[in-house]
Design a protein around this ligand. Structure first.
Ligand code: GUN
Length: 283
């Protein structure tokens, strides 16, 4: 029977650590300030943005909200980002995704100053991860590395299979596992023999976005199973993994909710503190 990795507790520990750091920075006259942009009022985005602002408040990071209507133009959004890039009082900027269809997401992401890009989505930060240079790392994959390390799970030399190749999770996840010296396979919707490949994994990281897609037949006995999915299924939350089938087989597993999810916000807060430290150094 697997050990359940308690992401909620680990995220709480990280937030406690950051609270102390933010207080110490304040003593030195360095304040942390995150600007959060939301375009339109998608209910899921509103929940995520609300949770981010709440975490900021808890840790002592100032958060500034910029709510643009669904009809806002790309130029208006880019002008706001430019203003925030130039504002010395703001050391972190994020624009909640997805954006309305008439706005070019890639252009918006590239407009955020890489030094303030706490989501780690800017091509400069993605390139830094690719080439092993310092930069902001996407929060969900960074949180998964913390979950593994804080659970005492060795990564070096392990077979790691990442299912999903999004820019936000799958691709950066694979690069981070490679950086930790895992042997990494990335699978996606065109992969042949997905089941057989997953069943070879010592560490299986699932971000396919399909409720309860991975059953027992995809899991090697003793594997670590990390479930990035979150879905509402008959009014209950579930992940991409059939938890009740995976739990008896795995050695470690993340539950949904309470696994990966809370770590994403904890790592966003971590990135905000890093951004403040770096901006403080320049002055
Ligand atoms: N939409 C879904 N996940 C994310 C995220 O991590 N950052 C931003 N900015 N938007 C998102």
């Amino acid at each position: 029977m697997a050990v359940r990795i308690d992401g909620k507790k680990m995220a709480a520990d990280i937030k406690e650590e950051l609270k102390g750091e933010v207080a110490a920075l304040k003593e030195k006259g360095i304040t942390c300030c995150l600007a959060v942009i939301q375009v339109g009022d998608d209910p899921a985005s509103s929940v995520y943005v609300g949770n981010k602002k709440k975490a900021c408040g808890y840790i002592g990071i100032e958060s500034r909200s910029y709510e643009l209507p669904e009809t806002a133009t790309e130029e208006e959004l880019l002008a706001l980002i430019e203003r925030l890039n130039l504002d010395d009082q703001v050391n972190a900027v994020l624009c909640q995704l997805p954006l309305p269809a008439h706005i070019d997401e890639k252009r918006v992401i590239s407009a955020i100053s890489p030094e303030k890009d706490v989501d780690g989505f800017h091509p400069q930060n993605v390139g830094a991860l690719f080439t092993g240079q310092p930069g902001f790392v996407s929060c969900t994959p960074a949180g998964i590395i913390q979950l593994l390390k804080r659970s005492g799970i060795a990564i070096s030399g392990k077979n790691c299979v990442v299912v999903g190749r999004s820019n936000i999770v799958g691709k950066p996840m694979a690069l981070l596992m490679l950086r930790e010296n895992a042997t990494v396979t990335i699978c996606h919707s065109h992969t042949r023999n997905l089941r057989e490949i997953c069943a070879q994994a010592d560490i299986l990281i699932v971000a396919v976005g399909k409720p309860r897609f991975i059953d027992a037949s995809y899991i090697k006995e003793g594997a670590t199973v990390i479930d990035v999915g979150i879905h509402r299924d008959e009014n209950r939350l579930c992940g991409d993994v059939k938890f009740e089938e995976a739990e008896p087989l795995a050695s470690f597993i993340t539950p949904v909710p309470g696994g990966v999810g809370p770590m994403t916000i904890a790592m966003l807060m971590y990135n905000c503190v890093e951004a403040a430290k770096k901006s403080g150094k320049k002055e």
